[in-house]
Design a protein around this ligand. Structure first.
Ligand code: GLU
Length: 316
C-alpha cells in the first residue's frame, strides 16, 4: 500500500474516558502506527451542554499516560476542535443547500417520538420526512412559532462498503434513518455532518471506531458523495459488554480512567490486559502500547463483543 495512512481518534469530551474509549483509541492508534501512519486527535465537542474543555484536557492527559501519542491536533489546537470549526460546516451546508437537499424541520422531539416507534436497536427515531412536504407558506407560519432544525433529504437507495473487520456491509440510509438533522434547532451542527467534513478535510484515510457507529457509516457515505469527497476506509471494532450482554458505558464509573489508573498503577498493566481481552496479545502480561505495534495483526482482533466483568477491572 503506497498511500500515506492518516488515522484518528475523535473523542467527545463529555466525561473522562472509560475502558471502551481506551479500547477504541488503542485500536485506532495501533492500526495507524503499524502502517507507519500519522495519527490525529480531534475533539468532538459540538454538543454545548455535554462537552467541557476540562474533559478534553483530561482525555489528552490520559492518552499520554497510556502511551497513545498523536502527531496532529489535540485540545490545544483549534483546527482540531469541532466547536472552532463552524465556518467549515456552514460551507458544507451551503453546498448541500445549492443541491436543494436541505429543508427546515419544525418537529419537536416530543412530536417525533409520538409519531413513530423508536428504531429497535438504539432508540433512534426514523424520521418520516413530514416537514419535507411543507409549503412555503406553512414554513413561514411555523418559523414565527419556533426556530427550525435543518434536515438533509437523504437519497433513496442502498449503500455498501467493505469494513476492515466486519466485511461487506450494505444498508439503506433512507430506510434506517430517514432525513437526518444536519444542524440542530439551537444552531449546533450535527455529528453526522461534522464528522464527514472533518475526516475529509483532515485527509483521514482510515477510521477505526466502535461498532455502535456501524449504522452511521452508510449515511456518512451519502454525505461524502453529496459533498464530493473520497471516503476513508472504515473498521468498526467490537463493543465491550458486561457478562449479561449489556454494553459498558460511561455510567460504569469504576471503569473510567480515574479508577483504572488507580487500580492498574501503570499503563503497561492496563494496556496488556486490554490487548489480551481484544485478542491482540497471547497472555495478559504488561506491555507498552508501542510494544504492540510490531505484533499487530488486524485478523487477530476479536470479531464478536468482548465480555468484560466490571468486578475484575475495578478498584476493589
Ligand atoms: N465522537 C464520537 C464518540 O466519542 C466518535 C465519532 C467517530 O469516531 O466517528 O463516540
Amino acid at each position: 500500500m503506497s498511500e500515506a495512512v492518516r488515522g484518528r481518534f475523535a473523542p467527545s469530551p463529555s466525561g473522562r474516558m472509560h475502558l471502551g474509549n481506551v479500547f477504541c483509541a488503542l485500536a485506532a492508534w495501533l492500526s495507524c502506527r503499524a502502517q507507519g501512519g500519522t495519527m490525529l486527535l480531534r475533539i468532538e465537542d459540538l454538543d454545548p451542554e455535554r462537552s467541557k474543555p476540562e474533559y478534553a484536557r483530561l482525555i489528552a492527559e490520559d492518552l499520554r499516560w497510556l502511551g497513545l501519542d498523536w502527531d496532529e491536533g489535540g485540545p490545544e489546537d483549534p483546527a482540531f476542535v469541532q466547536s472552532a470549526r463552524g465556518a467549515l460546516y456552514e460551507k458544507a451546508l451551503e453546498r448541500l443547500r445549492a443541491q436543494n437537499l436541505l429543508y427546515p424541520c419544525f418537529c419537536t422531539r416530543a412530536e417525533l417520538h409520538a409519531a413513530q416507534a423508536p428504531h429497535a436497536a438504539d432508540g433512534r427515531v426514523v424520521y418520516d420526512g413530514r416537514c419535507r412536504r411543507l409549503t412555503e407558506a406553512e414554513r413561514e407560519a411555523l418559523s414565527a412559532v419556533r426556530p427550525p432544525s435543518l434536515r438533509l433529504a437523504v437519497p433513496d437507495g442502498g449503500v455498501c462498503f467493505d469494513d476492515l473487520f466486519c466485511g461487506r456491509v450494505c444498508r439503506d440510509p433512507a430506510q434506517d434513518w430517514g432525513d437526518i438533522v444536519v444542524r440542530r434547532r439551537d444552531g449546533a451542527f450535527a455529528y453526522q455532518l461534522a464528522v464527514v467534513v472533518d475526516d475529509a478535510l483532515m485527509g483521514v484515510t482510515e477510521v477505526i471506531r466502535g461498532r455502535d457507529l456501524l449504522d452511521s457509516t452508510p449515511v456518512q457515505l451519502c454525505l461524502y458523495r453529496l459533498l464530493g469527497y473520497d471516503p476513508p476506509r472504515f473498521g468498526h471494532i467490537p463493543l465491550l459488554v458486561a457478562p449479561d450482554g449489556r454494553r459498558l458505558s460511561k455510567r460504569e464509573r469504576d471503569l473510567d480512567m480515574g479508577a483504572l489508573r488507580a487500580r492498574f498503577g501503570a499503563p503497561e498493566a492496563l494496556i496488556g490486559r486490554l490487548a489480551h481481552a481484544a485478542g491482540l496479545l497471547a497472555r495478559p502480561e504488561p506491555v507498552r502500547a508501542s510494544d504492540l505495534i510490531p505484533l499487530y495483526r488486524p485478523e487477530a482482533l476479536k470479531r464478536g463483543d468482548i465480555v468484560v466483568n466490571p468486578a475484575d477491572w475495578s478498584v476493589s
